[in-house]
Write a protein that binds this ligand. Structure first.
Ligand code: PMP
Length: 480
């Protein structure tokens, strides 16, 4: 049994000593103390089915025994940095990883995270091409350091710091985008950015074939081949961000870009690569990799022996347990059943994604595609009460993100779907909450008018700070 501090104590310490921008999905945050494959346990021993998989991180399942064993075994023997000495775990994993990539993508640089991987990839693109401009896609997430925050294209995740040489292209979003599923039309926007926003030469293009944080938005068919061709003609190179969608998650292929028939010049990865341990990587061609020989590049802990021993075990488990096949079979089953649910519930505007990377877009009006923000939150809480944990995302925070460990079964899918039955009640409950909220707002507005009348000062001036609160404290229903 759990004998650690209570949830109240943890919350208090978080408030006092940790990043003030911490956010929680649930009204009452969860204190998760243990994980086993597709299950998580809270401090009271309550079991939850994890349909979010640590944000698409634990592809092989929580605390998979074979992976834990490999990490512990290496930690007992030796754990050190990646520089100065040789170590077989690092070379063995790089060889195994390179064998999973197509074409000439054979040289690996290890990092500790997805952000570091994308920062490095963008720097390599700039150095290799000798150009500065990079094009990324609106609604994408690529990290939170300098260059990657620039490439990220959602205001929630951006601070107003310098964003040098980044252009954001129209999102080839098949559900909300103006051109529907016509990838070629969206691709024209990239050519326009090259023609009108740069000197005509660019360093590169970075994108997720399925946007994770952005709400499981898969690029329209035909988009990537056309964009890759424009970028290469403009002297640039193409980066595929596989941080969320990689490592067998999409089922049909090991990497999500493969579904679009392209071969990138650089592939970046993290999350699923280590099944929960801090590990990331950039894989590119020998020719492009040479560019870092100009100076000396290293990363003290990126790809250290303990993490690479874990990474190698991840590849072994994915293969041995046929998790890619499982992602395909179970993911297709779940998607079909979600589509059937869509027929029954008006609130489900779209069901999309591949394998076990699925999105359910909730709307209050199917015609207008109005994001059902409060309903999404409400339903998430209800599902948690029924023992199912699910993610949310999308710019309007109205998309369920379903990214469970790839050992998820059809029975697990049925249980998740069963918890969706809360949909029957959620609309009514969300409306009553809205009514409560609108009564509260009417009272506030009345008091505001009274105040305005008494003081005779412009409303905007007096209430400016209140309106700006969003920027000082994000709330549960922001797109987090
Ligand atoms: N790229 C994508 C597609 C991501 O989803 C994320 C994380 N959500 C990152 C990059 C950044 O990874 P990390 O948080 O490990 O820095």
């Amino acid at each position: 049994p759990y004998e650690g501090p209570s949830m109240a104590e943890i919350l208090q310490k978080r408030k006092e000593f940790l990043n003030p921008c911490m956010f929680y999905f649930y009204r009452k945050p969860l204190n998760i103390v243990e994980g086993k494959m597709q299950y998580l346990f809270d401090e009271n021993g309550c079991r939850y089915l994890d349909a979010f998989g640590g944000i698409a991180t634990v592809n092989c399942g929580h605390c998979h025994p074979e992976i834990v064993e490999a990490i512990v075994k290496q930690a007992r023997l030796l754990q050190h940095s990646t520089i100065v000495y040789l170590h077989h775990a690092i070379t063995e994993f790089s060889e195994a990883l390179a064998s999973k990539l197509p074409g000439d993508l054979k040289v690996v640089f290890f990092t500790n995270s997805g952000t570091e991987a994308n920062e490095l990839a963008m720097m390599i693109a700039r150095l290799y091409t000798g150009h500065h401009d990079i094009i990324s896609v609106r609604n994408s997430y690529h990290g939170n350091a300098s260059a990657t925050m620039g490439a990220t294209a959602q205001s929630t995740w951006k601070f107003g710091t310098i964003q040098s040489g980044i252009h954001h292209a129209m999102n080839p979003d098949q559900y909300r985008g103006v051109f529907g599923s016509d990838g070629e039309k969206y691709a024209k926007d990239v050519q326009d950015l090259i023609d009108f926003g740069t000197c005509g030469r660019v360093a590169g293009f970075i994108s997720e074939a399925i946007q994770g944080v952005g709400g499981m938005v898969e690029s329209a068919p035909g988009y990537l081949p056309s964009v890759y061709s424009s970028i290469r003609k403009a002297g640039g190179i193409c980066i595929a961000d596989e941080v969320q969608a990689g490592f067998a998650r999409t089922g049909s292929h090991f990497w999500s870009f493969e579904d679009h028939g392209v071969v990138p010049d650089i592939v970046t990865m993290a999350k699923g690569i280590g099944n929960g341990i801090p590990l990331g990587a950039v894989v590119t061609t020998a020719e492009i990799a040479q560019v870092l020989n100009q100076r000396c590049y290293f990363n003290t802990f990126g790809g250290n022996p303990m993490c690479t021993a874990g990474g190698l075990a991840v590849l072994r488990v994915l293969e041995k347990e046929k998790l890619q096949e499982n992602a395909f079979v179970v993911g297709s089953y779940l998607k079909d059943r979600l589509k059937a649910l869509q027929e029954k519930h008006e609130i489900i505007g779209d069901v999309r994604g591949r394998g076990l990377m699925l999105g359910v877009d909730l709307v209050t009006d199917r015609q207008l595609k109005t994001p059902a923000k409060s309903e999404t939150l409400h339903l998430m809480d209800k599902m948690k009460d029924m023992g199912v944990l699910i993610g949310k995302g999308g710019f309007h925070a109205n998309v369920f993100r379903i990214t469970p460990p790839l050992c998820f079964t059809k029975v697990d899918s049925d249980l998740s779907l069963y918890s969706f039955q809360a949909l029957d009640r959620v609309t009514a409950e969300a409306w009553s909450e809205r009514i409560r909220l609108s009564s509260a707002l009417s009272i506030i507005s009345m008091l505001r008018n009274l105040w305005k009348h008494l003081r005779n000062v412009p409303t905007q001036k007096r209430f400016g700070n209140v309106c700006n609160q969003k920027f000082s404290s994000l709330s549960r229903d922001d797109n987090l």
